[in-house]
Design a protein around this ligand. Structure first.
Ligand code: ATP
Length: 356
């Protein structure tokens, strides 16, 4: 397994074209599970292909355990890869499919047998291990493909490109959890590309959020939720994403449409030092209705959606729509609502970047 280092990496597909990737300077630790998360076109596949050697970066270097592999072709990088669609031999048995990458490297039959059975067991393929792949379901075939990516012990890393796309939706969560368990047992360096935040958050220790060819934040799922480093992360992570409001500073408060919202003193001091367009950010989970005559910011209730275990309220403040996730038991009037912004969870952004 390897520590992957991206050093000043940038890529243009054609000279003079827009950069598909830029300012990539990151270290991914040996044995870590990383998810590359971002919208379509943000550069995830380009980055994965640069790591595997399918694409040569126009600038910068890729290092595995400190060794520069930038010029090496894919077959000399020692990488396992799993794609969106199963890459397997239909006429071979499940066992032979899993054994193939090991036999190919001249590994002894008893070691092959042990590893194949371990991986089949982890992916719940043991009951079909003797069957030919062609008769199996699409889900089972993709599991074989996952197994082929994970079976070698000597790989530098295993790269997954949206591997659950073909999986039946109600089986996805099982397989996500399974991959997580497999990682805990095998401790391989895994890099997993997805545009699905739930997949990224359940799979990875560290989620690498990409936007327009750059990494905007790398952090634990909790850090991305609690302290998004960039407004894009706030908006992209969460369902719905974070609320943002333009604001100005006045004394110990942020002012929105003439209303004062108290701020954490340290955040306020840091915002005073920051320059640029100032916004206040708060998650729908933390914005709440005022209780018992508590002062709040008056807004109009536009919509209340009952989503089973919670209600999603859309409140309008002037032109802006704000979301609140409130308990099912909370009574929400149809006309007005007073909004409270808890100080601890009210964050500030200057020119889209988190302040303090
Ligand atoms: P998706 O989730 O849709 O696969 P992505 O995040 O993986 O998107 P990339 O496929 O890496 O994004 O694309 C990044 C940018 O590079 C996009 O603007 C895309 O149009 C461009 N691009 C990707 N592949 C090529 C190529 N072979 N030639 C030219 N431009 C490309």
């Amino acid at each position: 397994m390897a520590r992957i280092e991206l050093s000043n990496l940038a890529h243009q597909y054609t000279p003079g074209a827009e950069y598909a990737l830029q300012s990539m300077d990151h270290v991914w630790e040996d044995g870590g599970a990383y998810a590359l998360l971002g919208p379509s076109g943000c550069g995830k596949t380009t980055l994965l292909n640069i790591i595997s050697g399918l694409v040569q970066p126009s600038e910068g270097r890729v290092l595995f355990d400190g060794r520069d592999v930038t010029a090496l072709p894919p077959e000399r990088r020692n990488i396992g890869q799993v794609f969106q669609f199963p890459v397997i031999y239909d006429t071979m048995s499940v066992y032979d499919n899993l054994a193939f990458p090991l036999r190919n490297r001249g590994i002894a039959a008893d070691a092959v047998d042990k590893r194949v059975r371990q991986v089949a067991d982890m992916l719940s393929l043991e009951h079909v291990i003797g069957r030919r792949a062609e008769g199996l379901t699409a889900d089972a075939k993709q599991k074989i493909s996952l197994g082929r990516g994970l079976v070698r012990e000597d790989v530098a890393a295993v790269l997954f490109d949206e591997p659950l796309t073909v999986i039946d939706p109600h089986l996805k969560w099982q397989l996500r959890r399974k991959l997580r368990e497999v990682h805990e047992q095998l401790r391989l360096t895994l890099v997993y590309v997805t545009h699905d935040q739930t997949e990224a958050m359940t799979f990875a220790d560290q989620v690498v959020v990409m936007y327009a060819g750059r990494v905007v934040q790398m952090g634990s799922p909790e850090a991305l939720f609690e302290r998004p480093a960039h407004t894009f992360v706030g908006y992209f992570i969460g369902s719905p994403g974070m609320n943002f409001l333009d604001c100005a500073l006045d004394g110990d408060a942020a002012v929105v449409d003439g209303h004062r919202i108290p701020l954490d003193p340290e955040r306020r001091a840091a915002a005073e030092r920051a320059s640029g367009h100032l916004q206040l950010g708060i998650r729908p989970e933390y914005l709440r209705p005022a209780r018992d005559g508590e002062p709040g910011l008056a807004a109009r209730v536009e919509q209340v959606e009952d989503l089973g275990d919670f209600k999603l309220v859309t409140a309008r403040l002037g032109e802006r729509a704000l979301h609140l996730r409130v308990a099912e038991s909370e009574a929400i009037g149809s006309d007005g609502i007073e909004l409270v912004f808890p100080t601890e969870q009210t964050l500030l952004y200057a020119d889209e970047h988190l302040v303090a």
